[in-house]
Design a protein around this ligand. Structure first.
Ligand SMILES: [Zn+2]
Length: 246
């Protein structure tokens, strides 16, 4: 099984190695991943995240990075959230997905369940996997996400932000968030830890007392925001069954 060092190579491979829009012009190290080979596109003028560059003085990119960062919406990867994992075939991507592959799942806010499931139980065989979540669709996430190996500590990219956690921590945060969403609390009340006093009565108050203390260390963190993003009204029942709080 291929061990991937860089997200662009994993996504490009699993998408079937599509051609980038820019033709090759010369050879050298890719400024984004560092692999030496034919160079295609240049990094756009708006690029500012120099922490992510393998070659900080470079501007040209290899075929994989050129394709992953290329395209124009809606035919652009940055519009999509995704899971790439090699140990299990992916569920079908959302209709209209830009690309897809047996081990590549493209989705959006309508259904992030394969993302939630992968973060809760990543591949246990040590194989490469990655998750990128595009909330705004304005920022590239997949090219900058970390390729994880193993089922312990992981990192995912959410818009411009790296989020690091563990499957165990994720299951705790997600299950409590689901319980509070199901009890009727709004996502922003959960994320801020401050629901309006008027809603804290009866069964809802009991739910808050049961679950909010577990989420207290995560108030206003990207991890808690990621958990609330997963949960749609349509799938809250499914999440409740899949992620019990005990
Ligand atoms: Zn590259």
């Amino acid at each position: 099984m291929t061990r991937y060092a860089h997200a662009c190579h994993m996504v490009w491979d699993l998408a079937g190695r599509p051609d980038p829009t820019d033709k090759a012009r010369g050879d050298g190290p890719c400024s984004l991943c560092g692999v030496v080979g034919a160079l295609h596109a240049t990094i756009g003028g708006n690029f500012t995240d120099y922490r992510k560059l393998a070659v900080i003085t470079g501007v040209r990119m290899c075929v994989a990075c050129s394709w992953t960062l290329g395209g124009r919406p809606p035919r652009a990867l940055r519009m999509w959230s995704m899971v790439a994992r090699l140990d299990r075939a992916a569920p079908p991507s959302q209709p209209g997905a830009y690309v897809t592959g047996e081990y590549l799942h493209l989705t959006n806010r309508r259904d992030l369940r394969w993302i939630a499931a992968t973060l809760a139980a990543p591949p246990a065989d040590g194989s490469s996997w990655l998750v990128a979540v595009a909330e705004s669709g304005h920022k590239h996430t997949a090219p900058f996400t970390t390729v994880n190996h193993g089922d312990q500590r992981w990192s995912v990219q959410l818009d411009g932000c790296d989020i690091t956690s563990t499957p165990r921590q994720w299951r705790a945060v997600l299950s409590r968030t689901v319980a509070l969403r199901a009890a009727g609390f709004a996502a922003d009340a959960i994320e801020s830890g401050q629901p309006p006093v008027a809603v804290l009565t009866g069964e809802r108050l009991a739910a808050w007392q049961a679950h909010a203390p577990v989420l207290r260390p995560y108030v206003n963190t990207p991890l808690l925001h990621l958990a609330t993003l997963m949960i749609t009204k349509e799938h809250v029942g499914d999440y409740l069954t899949t992620y019990p709080t005990d």
